[in-house]
Write a protein of this length. Structure first.
Length: 172
């Protein structure tokens, strides 16, 4: 008879946020207690927290019976995973060839200026916005392109990007 995993509810303060291990237990249950599910589990955690909080690594290692280094290596190998907190709105500015030629850099500069961000500081202090550059979003015919939480905004200009920021602030 297969033993049913028990849910452990542990709350701990980490970087001014409550880490709820029961959420991880639920994600593990959904994907299975097996090492082959590490990527799916990490995706689930990141979807919930918008990044991968450090305290989950030893917890996952113990739960999946793998080394913490194995989980960390997966989390750092794939660019999609983040070990740093991201904003509620993750904005990705394409800087691929088509977008770059069609002036994506002024869009990036406008967003950074309005949000007080830089190439080194990509997330606002209130964790509302993260601005990143990507090599390609696969929408060259719509260049220059910007995405917000994977929603595509085509034919952007610095002015349209500023308007979008104001709209997103109103939504939050």
């Amino acid at each position: 008879m297969k033993k049913k995993p028990r849910t452990i509810l542990i709350r701990r303060l980490y970087m001014n946020e409550t880490i709820d291990f029961s959420i991880v237990d639920e994600i593990i249950r959904d994907h299975g207690h097996r090492p082959s599910a590490i990527i799916s589990i990490l995706q689930g955690i990141q979807e919930h927290y918008h990044y991968l909080p450090g305290p989950f690594f030893p917890y996952l290692a113990k739960s999946l019976h793998v080394s913490e280094a194995s989980i960390y290596s997966v989390a750092t190998f794939y660019e999609n995973f983040s070990l740093e907190p991201k904003g509620k709105f993750v904005m990705k500015v394409c800087d691929g060839t088509a977008c770059h030629v069609r002036k994506s850099i002024p869009i990036l500069e406008k967003l950074r200026k309005e949000l007080g961000l830089s190439a080194q500081k990509i997330t606002t202090d209130d964790l509302l916005f993260t601005v990143e550059t990507v090599s390609c979003l696969g929408a060259c015919g719509l260049a220059p392109v910007l995405t917000v939480n994977d929603k595509v905004y085509p034919s952007m200009t610095p002015e349209k990007a500023s308007d979008l920021l104001h709209k997103l602030r109103e939504e939050s």
